[in-house]
Design a protein around this ligand. Structure first.
Ligand code: AMP
Length: 133
């Protein structure tokens, strides 16, 4: 069965998309640690990031760097933190989290509650910054 993230890429499940190319897709995390918390995935479905073929692995990080620059341009933050967990969704993904303090990267803390309108605003701002690169 396709992962929830493959179903997002296929358009079967909605997402707040911020960037896409032929091989990679980036969208807002629905349970964000901070406004602008973004997930970057390969369209190819592989559970564990270190099982990706070398080309996809390198491409994923290159794409994530471009998305992180767009997040940083669109969301006020000191820098963008990076994490790879994969404890919940078995489809390789990189978390990009706008940081003010190191505590913002604590995945155990309560997640932000945002309205659909706010998610849409943030996604649009990041997408605009990405498309200006
Ligand atoms: P982990 O697999 O531990 O890296 O966590 C998976 C992340 O995916 C969590 O932060 C979830 O909030 C996020 N997530 C799960 N389903 C969706 C979805 N449909 N859209 C956006 N983010 C999601």
């Amino acid at each position: 069965m396709a992962s929830i993230f493959s179903r997002i890429v296929a358009g079967e499940i909605p997402s707040w998309k911020v960037a896409e190319d032929a091989d990679f897709y980036a969208f807002l995390d629905i349970n964000p640690l901070a406004e602008g918390h973004t997930l970057v995935i390969p369209k190819k479905e592989v559970d564990y990031i270190f099982d990706l073929d070398p080309e996809t692995y390198a491409g994923l990080w290159q794409f994530a760097a471009r998305v992180a620059a767009a997040v940083r341009a669109a969301v006020p933050c000191k820098r963008v933190g990076v994490a790879v967990l994969g404890m919940e969704v078995p489809h390789a993904h990189i978390h990009l989290v706008p940081l003010q303090t190191e505590g913002d990267m604590d995945f155990r803390k309560e997640k932000k509650q945002l309205t659909p309108e706010r998610f849409a605003q943030i996604a649009s701002a990041i997408a605009d910054a990405f498309n200006k690169q």
